[in-house]
Write a protein of this length. Structure first.
Length: 417
C-alpha cells in the first residue's frame, strides 16, 4: 500500500509545469476536482463518530452485515495510530521484535504519510464511502429480502476506528441474530480479507466465548456480474474523455495492490482472483482496447508481484504508447492508493517525467447506485444459500505459515446456520 512506501519523486516538478501545457493543466484540473471531492468526503466522515451511522432505523436488527476493510485515517492526527496497528498486524507482515519495531517505523513514517493525506483533503474518505454504500445496500435488502429484515450494516476497519472488534461488540449489543462478515475486497488475500476474518475469530477466542450470533462470511466476489458491469461502465465513461483520434490506441492498465512473492508462493489466491476480474471486465467490453494487469505499492528490496504500475507506465511511454487509462481493479472506494498514488504520483508526476500525452483514471465505484445493488445482491444470495462461507475459504494456502489462519477457517466452517 502507498502508506508503506515512500513517494520518491518530487511533486514540486508538477507544480512548476507551465500553465500553457494542456497535459499539465488538464491533469491538475482533474486532480483538483478529485481532491475537492475527497476533502468534502473527509468533512462528512468527520461528523460520523459511531461505528454505525445514526441514520439507520432504530429497530432491533435481525441481520447484521459488517463491512470489512482496512480503513484509513480520517484526520492527520490519526495517522500514527493507523500505521502502528498496520505494522503490528502479523497477518500482514512479520517483523523481528515486532512490538518494538512497529512503533518505531510508524513514528518515522508518520510525517510523510501525513503530508500525503494533506494533499487529498486531510484524511481518507473511505469511511464516508463505506457508509454511503452500506446505507444503499441495506435499504435495498429490506425490500429484496423481507424474511431476513431488518438489516443493519456495521463498519469494521482493521487499522482505524470503528475497529472490527468494536463492530462485533455493537452487533452483540444490538441483539443481531444472523451476522455476515462481508469483505469489501472483491478478491481474497490472506493479508487483507484473511486478516479481517482472523480478527473476528480472535475476538471470540481471546474472550473464551462462543458467539451469540450465527456467523457466516462473504469472503470473495471477484466475478460478480454487477461488479463487472460497474467496472466496465466506469471504463467506458473514462475512455470517452480521451481525444477521438487517440481513443482506440489507449492502453488500459488494471492496477491492483501488489504482494510480496513470498506470500504469492505460499499459494495466496489473490493474483488469480484479480486476473479473473480483469478477464470478465474485458469480455464485457468486447476487448475494446489493449490492456495489462499491473501491480502497485511495492515496498522495500524484496521481490514483489509484477510488473509494477510505475515501471509499466515508463515502458509504455518509451515504446510510444502515451495514452493510458488506469483502472483500480482491486479497490472499490477512493482512498490514498487511488487519490495519491494513482492520481498524483503516477498520473501527474510520472506522466510528466515520461512525456505521456494523456493519463486518466477510471472513477472508483464509490457512490454508484449499481454498486449498491451489487452489494445487496451478494448478501441476498449469500443468505439464501445457507452456506457459512465459500468452498475456497476452508482451504489453507498449501505452504501457509500462520496457524491462526487455519483456526479462523475452521471457526467459520463450523457455524450452524
Amino acid at each position: 500500500m502507498a502508506v508503506l512506501g515512500s513517494a520518491s519523486r518530487l511533486l514540486l516538478q508538477f507544480v512548476k509545469c507551465s500553465s500553457g501545457r494542456t497535459l499539465c493543466a488538464s491533469k491538475q484540473s482533474r486532480w483538483q476536482s478529485r481532491a475537492a471531492a475527497a476533502a468534502a468526503a473527509v468533512t462528512a466522515t468527520k461528523q460520523t463518530t459511531a461505528a454505525t451511522p445514526q441514520s439507520q432505523e432504530q429497530k432491533k436488527p435481525k441481520t447484521g452485515i459488517v463491512m470489512l476493510n482496512m480503513g484509513g485515517p480520517e484526520k492527520l492526527e490519526d495517522v500514527y495510530d493507523f500505521l502502528f496497528r498496520l505494522f503490528m498486524d502479523r497477518d500482514l507482515m512479520t517483523l523481528p521484535v515486532q512490538n518494538k519495531l512497529a512503533p518505531f517505523i510508524a513514528k518515522r513514517r508518520t510525517p510523510k504519510i501525513q503530508e500525503q493525506y494533506s494533499r487529498i483533503g486531510g484524511g481518507s474518505p473511505i469511511k464516508m464511502w463505506t457508509t454511503l454504500q452500506g446505507e444503499g445496500m441495506v435499504k435495498l435488502l429490506d425490500e429484496m429480502s423481507p424474511e431476513t429484515a431488518p438489516h443493519k450494516f456495521y463498519i469494521g476497519f482493521r487499522y482505524v476506528h470503528p475497529l472490527t472488534e468494536e463492530a462485533i461488540e455493537e452487533m452483540e449489543r444490538d441483539g443481531v441474530e444472523r451476522a455476515v462478515a462481508f469483505t469489501q475486497y472483491p478478491q481474497y488475500s490472506c493479508s487483507t480479507t484473511g486478516s479481517s476474518l482472523n480478527a473476528i475469530y480472535q475476538y471470540y477466542n481471546n474472550k473464551g466465548e462462543e458467539p451469540k450470533m450465527r456467523w457466516s462470511a462473504i469472503d470473495r466476489w471477484p466475478t460478480h456480474p454487477l461488479l463487472i458491469e460497474c467496472f466496465a461502465d466506469h471504463i467506458q465513461k473514462e475512455l470517452k474523455k480521451f481525444p477521438v483520434e487517440k481513443r482506440d490506441d489507449v492502453v488500459i492498465l488494471f492496477s491492483a495492490h501488489s504482494l510480496p512473492m513470498s506470500v504469492v508462493n505460499r499459494g495466496d489466491p489473490y493474483p488469480q482472483e484479480v486476473g479473473a476480474t480483469v478477464q470478465h471486465v474485458m469480455e464485457k467490453l468486447n476487448h475494446c482496447n489493449p490492456y495489462r494487469l499491473v501491480w502497485q505499492s511495492r515496498v522495500g528490496p524484496m521481490a514483489w508481484l509484477g510488473p509494477q504500475t510505475d515501471d509499466t507506465i515508463k515502458g509504455l511511454c518509451e515504446r510510444g504508447k502515451k495514452n493510458i487509462l488506469l483502472v483500480p481493479i482491486a479497490f472499490t472506494s477512493d482512498h490514498i492508493e487511488t487519490l495519491h498514488e494513482l492520481d498524483i504520483e503516477y498520473s501527474q508526476v510520472l506522466g510528466k517525467e515520461c512525456g505521456a500525452e494523456n493519463i486518466r483514471r477510471a472513477e472508483s465505484l464509490n457512490g454508484n447506485p449499481l454498486f449498491f445493488k451489487a452489494l445487496a445482491d451478494l448478501v441476498q444470495r449469500h443468505l439464501k444459500s445457507k452456506e457459512a462461507c465459500s468452498r475456497q475459504l476452508p482451504l489453507r494456502c498449501p505452504l501457509c505459515v500462520n496457524p491462526v489462519c487455519g483456526q479462523t477457517k475452521a471457526f467459520f466452517a463450523r457455524q450452524k446456520l
